[in-house]
Ligand binder design. Structure first.
Ligand SMILES: Cc1cc2nc3c(=O)[nH]c(=O)nc-3n(C[C@H](O)[C@H](O)[C@H](O)COP(=O)(O)OP(=O)(O)OC[C@H]3O[C@@H](n4cnc5c(N)ncnc54)[C@H](O)[C@@H]3O)c2cc1C
Length: 452
């Protein structure tokens, strides 16, 4: 790899820069390069990798993986760089950055079959599908990447009507740890297909996804701010309202600590209808929950809600705790109010996660949380206060959605993959990644037995 003396001086130990495969050299970025600042960190985390490889195609992913495996440094897989559980950057290691693999292609109009590469962002997907009158439910942020979200779950603004993103997956191309390329679908390598939908990060690198997308036209989108100072009661009523709403309505809630004595709750709700009367009808039960401080309701194209924001990178190391909840009971709401009033979390979010998600059996995919109505998340700073308060709420939770978790204690695995799911995921891990190459996003590999 031809680089100036200044660039060579910034190289990190453990990487044989001179043997980077020829096809990857031109797009590779190393610490002394001018483009390094743009690729070293991710949305949530600061990083200082020794090398960022940016393959453009499956063959190049295979080459990059083989090269990375031959180096004695950590390996991170990055699609959109919005990982919270997954670490898509590192210090001194190699990042396999799939952002150049961002093509979106319609395969068949009649069956609404679409092929999407992992480096595309959900805002780009929304914009590409809209001219067809289609959308694929993803999340609340257009900046999130396809690769990380679609291999874990995908709880988005259309979740109650259309289920998880991974419920729309019909096939995936996966590069396994040994460099073999597999097609996973109900008829090709069905076990891998099961595992990719919820535990994909543990099993390989998905290089393309085939989805069946939905017909979605313009939608109603509401942003409502409530005085939620009667916090526990607000949460109970909001939860009951979400559960009672028709499936065309999905709502997310964000709260923080009291300010000036008041707790405010920001609700974002999507109604999959362009009919103003239907939209108002769906929103009225929400408007009655508590005093409204602000309200904005628009009929907009779906891509207007899920836009790609400007690139953003962080220097931090987030603390994020999460759990799935069946119902927002008074007991849960009281503990959530205590958490909010403690000031330990500036960002507390509850996403609706039920509706059509419940139509899929719990053993149909490696995402097994098929009875919860809500996914709850609290972010905090690096101290232990949030952990202590969250752990005290553990009895309210039934599993967790891995994408929002940073606590690496081993019991989190059994919550992410409840019941028989963990054993099945572990079996796949033994078969597809026996050396635990893909270990930087809650590895499911069993710890080695202690020999006395
Ligand atoms: C602002 C923000 C909003 C969010 N909103 C939502 C939401 O509404 N709903 C929701 O469900 N989630 C949401 N998430 C969580 C999000 O789904 C996960 O963080 C997801 O992993 C991000 O995907 P990415 O490709 O951008 O991340 P990356 O940081 O690129 O990847 C994260 C991890 O995913 C794995 N991975 C990435 N690409 C691949 C691949 N191609 N093959 C196999 N494994 C791969 C790797 O382990 C990697 O470490 C949000 C996150 C953020 C930061």
């Amino acid at each position: 790899m031809l680089r100036s003396a200044r660039v060579r001086a910034a190289r990190r130990p453990g990487i044989d820069y001179d043997s980077i495969p020829a096809s990857l050299v031109a797009a590779a970025v190393e610490p002394g390069d001018t483009g390094y600042a743009d690729v070293r960190s991710t949305y949530m985390r600061g990083g200082r990798p020794g090398l960022v490889l940016r393959p453009d195609g499956t063959d190049q992913v295979v080459e990059a993986l083989a090269f990375a495996r031959a180096q004695d440094v950590p390996l991170a897989i990055r699609s959109g760089g919005h990982g919270i559980s997954g670490r898509s950057t590192n210090d001194g290691g190699i990042v396999l950055d799939l952002s150049r693999m961002n093509r979106i292609e319609v395969l068949d109009v009649a069956t609404r079959r679409v092929r999407i590469e992992p480096g595309a962002r959900w805002g780009e997907v929304a914009a590409a599908l809209h001219p067809y009158g289609w959308a694929l439910t993803s999340g609340d942020s257009g900046g999130v990447g396809v690769g990380g979200l679609a291999t874990a779950g995908g709880i988005g603004f259309l979740v109650r009507e259309h289920g998880l993103t991974l419920d729309h997956l019909r096939a995936a191309e996966v590069v396994l740890a040994d460099g073999s390329v597999r097609r996973a679908s109900p008829t090709d390598d069905a076990d891998l297909f099961w595992g990719v939908r919820g535990a994909g990060a543990n099993l390989g690198i998905v290089t393309s996804f085939e989805f069946e997308v939905d017909e979605v036209g313009d939608v109603g989108f509401a942003q409502l701010v409530f005085d939620a100072s009667d916090t526990a009661q607000f949460l109970v009523d909001w939860g009951a309202t979400v559960e009672a709403a028709p499936r065309d309505t999905t709502a997310f809630l964000i709260m923080g600590p009291p300010r000036g004595g008041m707790v405010a709750a920001q609700v974002m709700a999507m109604v999959d209808s362009d009919d103003p009367e239907t939209i108002i009808d769906r929103l009225q039960p929400f408007a009655r929950i508590a005093p409204l401080l602000q309200q904005q309701v628009q009929v907009v194209p779906y891509p207007a809600v899920v836009q790609v924001p400007p690139r953003h990178s962080s220097e931090g190391e987030p603390v994020s705790r999460t759990g799935m909840v069946e119902h927002l009971t008074p007991a849960f709401a009281a503990d959530a109010e205590h958490l909010l009033r403690s000031g330990a979390t500036p960002f507390f979010q509850i996403r609706a996660a039920g509706g059509a998600v419940h139509d899929v059996p719990a053993d149909a995919t490696a995402y097994a949380h098929r009875s919860a109505h809500f996914s709850v998340l609290a972010m905090g700073s690096g101290n232990r206060r949030l952990d202590a308060l969250w752990d005290a709420m553990a009895h309210h939770f039934d599993g967790l959605y891995l994408s929002f978790e940073t606590d690496r204690r081993p019991e989190r695995l059994a919550e992410a993959y409840p019941g028989p799911t963990l054993a099945r995921v572990r079996d796949l891990k033994r078969r597809y990644d026996p050396q635990d190459v893909f270990r930087h996003n809650f590895s499911v590999a069993e710890p080695p037995a202690v020999v006395l």
